[in-house]
Design a binder for this molecule. Structure first.
Ligand code: MD3
Ligand code: FE
Length: 206
């Protein structure tokens, strides 16, 4: 599998999934959203809604509301356990993570054509020795990443449908965000927009 190292621990796999694999993953995500509908997360304290909608699969899911950010075993609106992680997602983790245990959580982010995600760090996971693996489907996103220090300079990468990117080691705590989507860049999703799956080990390994 071809890969490009963008920084220590930051490995980009352009075209990781070919078109048939993207269609299979999209079907698996539709099965997940049928069992666990997309919800609109809200900012802690202010309750301001995110422009990205989310759901999860796997044992734990990331949620955010007025009470704060956290991982929990149930959907915030249905109260049901999250559906199992699709086999394809587990295979992608095995192939790219270099980590000996399976992921606990797969966060599914859905971007409408105008959605964005501000610069942030992912640090709600206790197991920072495990990387985060990301899979993109649908419209191309302008992904921005910097360094561990909020003031570090930033670079941009276009994440296209089928691309994968892994953040581990010294890149696990870098700042990152999605500036915008490029409308009409993929015909995978009939209505446009973008799906991103992030696979994570949440609980500290013993
Ligand atoms: C760098 N998602 O869900 S994926 C997120 O495209 C998130 O939906 C973006 O940032 C998205 O937290 C970016 C790339 C990504 C994911 C996780 C990371 C980059 C990361 C974790 C640590 C460092
Ligand atoms: Fe993130």
């Amino acid at each position: 599998m071809a890969s490009i190292t963008l920084a220590p621990g930051l490995i980009y796999y352009p075209d990781y999934l070919d078109r048939p694999a993207q269609e299979a993953l999209l079907q698996a995500v539709r099965d997940v959203t049928r069992a666990a509908p997309l919800f609109t997360p809200r900012m802690p304290r202010t309750g301001k809604p995110f422009s990205v909608r989310m759901t999860n699969c796997g044992r734990l899911g990331w949620v955010s509301d007025e009470q704060g950010y956290r991982y929990q075993p149930t959907h915030p609106e249905t109260g049901k356990p999250w559906p199992a992680m699709p086999e394809m997602v587990l295979r992608a983790w095995e192939e790219m993570s270099g980590y000996p245990l399976p992921p606990d959580a797969c966060l599914v982010n859905f971007y409408e054509p105008t959605a964005r995600m501000g610069m942030h760090q992912d640090k709600d996971e206790a197991e920072l020795a495990a990387p985060v693996v990301s899979l993109s489907l649908g419209d191309t996103a302008l992904f921005r990443y910097g360094g561990v220090d909020r003031k570090d300079s930033t670079r941009s990468v276009r994440l296209r449908s089928g691309d994968a990117i892994v953040f581990g080691g010294p890149s696990r705590l870098i700042h990152h965000g999605i500036d915008r989507l490029i409308a009409g860049s993929s015909d995978l999703l009939p209505q446009g927009g973008r799906l991103n799956l992030t696979l994570r080990k949440v609980e500290e390994a013993l």
